[in-house]
Design a protein. Sequence first.
Length: 348
Amino acid sequence: MSDEPLVLGIETSCDETGVGIVRGGTLLADAVASSLEEHARFGGVVPEVASRAHLEAMIPSVDRACETAGIRLADVDAISVTSGPGLAGALLVGVAAAKALALGLGKPLYGVNHLAAHVAVDTLEHGPLPEPCVSLLVSGGHSSLLLVEDVTDTVDPLGSTVDDAAGEAFDKVARLLGLPFPGGPYVDREAKAGDSAYVRFPRGLTGQRDLARHRFDFSFSGLKTAVARWVETRERAGEPVPVADVAASFQEAVCDVLTRKAVDACRTRGVDDLLIGGGVAANSRLRAMAEERCAAAGIRLRVPRPKLCTDNGAMVAALGAQMLARGRTASRLDLVADSSLPVTTVAG
Ligand code: KG4
Ligand code: ZN
């Protein structure tokens, strides 16, 4: 068996309780318990409900991960945990659990940044990260373009959303169209049967004036409003809403902006590798458009499989393993959960 370190990673920044186990760059277990169903009737994640669910799922998830990996807790060489950004109460559960494990086992603790973990997870599927790389992280909670020089140390934000996250826009538009929560996968599915050129929805922050100040930033709230107005106008006129066509047209606008800005970021920074992560990276149109545009621009594209793109513990374990491999200092046991941990702080 490889003598690479065995790392257990804990993720609780939103509604997924994730416990992952890796040995070096190899994924051994990825236990995820989601409280999504408990939030569905509210149309969004309720922080208190998420915290309580983490508390209930933590120990069973740790047990399940160890069982799947075929290891005993005592075999673990280090514990890593998302210390931010995310929901304060939810993060607290993961950080407290990680500290208890580290202390109980006498092993080092690594508090890590959730966004950097979304980048590091790709090592489990595609091997060592090309550094520097540009990373487009798009989920229900974040939409950022990052320049990753060293995933364990130097991550620079190039831009982020000025209002809604990309996944949030998918969820809100899905709601407008009468689709279930979380809406992304349903919009994706509907869009397959729709005409993406049916309505030309606005592409936020892509005009000349906006580009001067917000070249790598995103804005999706104007797009969401445009979809709402369009649907309302149809409904007021007593006409049916062509759900598939609206879904496809909306999705086209989001994917167009995301891929255009990501490719522009690579070109501007002279970087040849783009990595896409976060729940929205599961979107079929985003993947296809990114492939086309990266190929045309001579950029290598890496997108982890969907299960690794959404929040999970394996990504935290993967970053912990990188921290160990690169000799980074472990966190202290008074590590705090920081709901607004800046992306530039990789180690909590
Ligand atoms: O990364 P994630 O699981 O959790 C957050 O950190 O938010 O991302 C969830 C988001 C949701 O907004 C969901 O609608 C979106 O990712 N999503 C998708 C797709 N699958 C999930 N959006 C568009 N197309 C998809 N296929
Ligand atoms: Zn995330």
